[in-house]
Each structure stands twice: as C-alpha cells, then as structure tokens.
Design a protein around this ligand. Sequence first.
Ligand code: UDP
Ligand code: MN
Length: 286
Amino acid sequence: TTGQRDRRFHFVRKQQTFRMSTFRNILPSWNKDCTKHVYVRPPPWSDSLPTIYTITPTYKRYVQKADLTRMSNTLLHVANLHWIVVEDSKKKTTLVQDLLKKTGLNYTHLNVHILQKLTSKGSGQRNLALKWLRDNISVNDSNAGVVYFADDDNTYSLELFDEMRYTKKVSVWPVGFAGSVRYESCKVNELGKVYGWEVKASPNRTFAIDMAGFAVNLQLILSKSDVNFRLFNISHGKQETRFLKDLVTLSDLEPKAANCTKVLVWHTRTSAPPQFRSFGDPNIET
Ligand code: UDP
Ligand code: MN
C-alpha cells in the first residue's frame, strides 16, 4: 500500500506542476474562476442528488452556540442538505435565529417546549420535525430524500453523508463513543446482511443502535405517517429501537461504512465550562 500511495502522490505532483507551468501564464482567468467555484458554500444544489433532511433538537446552555457553530461548519460541506433545527423552547431564540441565517445553509427553524420532564431528550423536537416533513412534502413528490437525526453535540465526518444519501429503507453504521464503549456497531454476515448488534448496553434490543447510527428513507417516513418517537413510558436507550420497529425489520437494514467496519460519526459531548467568576459584559453573546 505504501508503494501505491507513493505512486499516487507522484502523479498528483506531476499534474500540479503541469498545470502551474502550462496554464497559469496562458489562462490566468480560468485559474481564478476555478478557485472561486471550488469554494462555494454550501455546495451548489444539484437536481440529481437526494436531499438529506438533518433533524437537530437543540436547547439553551453555555455551549449551545459553540456546538451549533461547529455543526454548521460541517454541514456547509454537504451538498443538498436541508437542516431542520428544532429548539426546545417556548419561543424561537435570536441566538439560533441569527446563527442559522448567517450560515447560508438551507434550513427550517422550529421550536416546541414540552412541559413534562421526559426521559427522551430531544424526542418531542424530533417529532415536530417529522410532522413538518409530512405537512410540507407530499408522498407523491418525486424528489428523493433521506432523514437523519443528528444531535447538536456529536461529531460528523463528511463521508457519513455520502454513505447515507441513497438509503432505500433504513441504513445503519457504527457510532464512536456510544453506549459506554469505544464504539457500537452492527453485526454483518458474509451476505452483507445485518443480523445483530455489537453492543454492551441492552444487547437484546431488536435495533440496538444509537440515534446517530441510522438514516431513514424520506418516502418511508412520509408513508408511515403515524410513526413517531415515544415521549412517555420509555427509557432513554429504547427510543431508537421502538421507532425503528415501526418502520422496518432487521432484514431490511442496509449496512454502510464498509459493512459497519468504519466509525464515521462520534457521540461526543461538550463539557460545560467551569463555574464562571463575575466578569465582562453580560450582553456579549457566547
Ligand atoms: N436536547 C434538548 N432538550 C434537552 C436536552 C437535550 O433539545 O432538554 C437536545 C440536545 O441539544 C441534543 C439532543 O437533544 O441535540 C440529545 O441531547 P444530549 O446531547 O444532551 O443527549 P446525550 O448525548 O446525553 O444522549
Ligand atoms: Mn449528545
């Protein structure tokens, strides 16, 4: 493999040298236009790519703006992505409103506050996003799409979005740092079928998978119009399996990320900053 890499590096260098010396002096404007095109963000909308509807619940806390900033910087690299951000709040906040506007992303900004204390963090918000999709996109709409539940504090590789984009029913992949282990994954047989789960926490769940570890075809979400996350009488770790049971069976699952051998998303957490000393202008947004 080292030899292969060396050859490729050599090829790229040769190509670059060729471009610089040959074209730059002859066609300086071509070079400039090319650079401009490459750095458009988000990437230009394509009529042929399925849309990735990324659903993100979010709530007010010290690290909220930092988390949303980091996440939006990731999403800005992804083509045909529609970000549905649902605030856990009585009103939409200017912090989230302004942040979304400034990103330049395609987004929908919603909010819902559920009075009762729930075991399922973010699920009332996810359900509102599902309702928005069902109210705004027709089942007969020919536009292909995929729905992904992406919490605001996780870490997402760009490859992950390529993996999920052509999901037929439900695609699955490993998640780093989930379930109190280094990674959780899916068991895949020689035929490329998912037959179980490589997890420590409640391994007997039908779908023992983290929220960040699967994506659902948009048409499936639209056609099964009464499928939502349970808000009551369900423990935190059972949300995903309960939801997926209403949509598919194990044999429907499409393993991604090289048959579930690559970690492309991490269930990270941003620690709250230490107790602050009284300091500075309270009007400065952090
Ligand atoms: N969340 C929310 N309201 C809350 C707590 C969390 O909307 O009261 C959101 C949070 O911003 C995140 C998702 O729900 O996008 C999951 O929450 P968290 O990351 O705290 O869960 P954990 O990673 O601990 O499972
Ligand atoms: Mn989290």
